[in-house]
Design a protein around this ligand. Sequence first.
Ligand code: SAH
Length: 347
Amino acid sequence: MLIYNDGKIDILSLLPNELEEQLLALGEKKFRAKQIFNWLHVKRVQSFDDMTNLSVQLRNLLKEKFCLKSLFIAKRLESNTDNTVKYLYRLNDGNHIESVIMEYSYGNTICVSTQVGCKMGCRFCASTIAGYKRSLTASEILLQIYESERDSGRKISGVVLMGIGEPLDNFENVVDFLRLLSDENGTNMSLRHVSVSTCGIVPRIYELAELKLGITLSISLHASNNQARSEIMPINDRYDINELLTACRHYFKVTGRRISFEYALIDGHNDSRKDAEELADLLKNFVCHVNIIPVNKIKERNYRSDRKSANRFRQYLEDLGINATVRRTLGADIDAACGQLRREYEI
Ligand code: SAH
């Protein structure tokens, strides 16, 4: 998809075939598109002038037609308890987003944002509090990886779309991002190492299934009945648990990929044995995994939970034959844990 910024095309968001079309239209040969793609996505240059195997004339032409977006590090916070690093990035238009690098035994994973703010209004999530501004372009999602790798010197081997925003509310740009990230002439990341998390925009789950991208789909379920889910997630009034799980079954049937269900545990709301039984009933016959997250406190809300309740709930589920783990909390000292990302730096 073409994105224009001040009349210029956002070159980093172009898929290889789109870049080729653009270059052909400028009277250039096909192979130039490959060279440029390599400069952008492998060497990751930050200016057209760095593309030294192109003539000065062509570089000038590129500058006229295209823009090369960048991210500025407004703040970097490093955890004292683990190797988590949180970046606050300023976008070219002055908006801010956050990304977090987390270290696991198998490598570094980055949690990226997909929108500036979020419209979904989940009650326990800090990303939603300042409201929604806009969706990110594919390039702005990619640049979170490029810039974080550059700054930290750490190689990133996995990506989770679990930062600020609802990925499936920015469907086209997210899909372009996934195609660019996995392009064999670019970063060439296997999409098996990428998780897309959604609060449950059902029609988009069907669309995503058809694309057979190989990603892991994470569903933010967080409750085992419609009443409890609607109380904390407004999206449930639009697409209820039954519709959501039907879409998930379809997704598994088409892609063969096991689904991961996220369950933010809230004391007194969704943590009883009865809740576990209801959840086990919903998920029976599902090839899935439940990830229990003790809800992280955000200052605007009174929700709480702890590791003890999470372990107890996990045990309930295990006893009922459901595969479950308790999510490790990383970067808690720098507000980098799930749902704590927020934008309060806008000038
Ligand atoms: N919009 C997407 C992705 C962003 S949030 C989604 O809803 O899935 C990533 C995960 O963190 C989601 O499962 C979300 O529900 C969860 N989350 C948000 N706030 C949280 C909090 N305070 N404590 C624990 N998990 C939270």
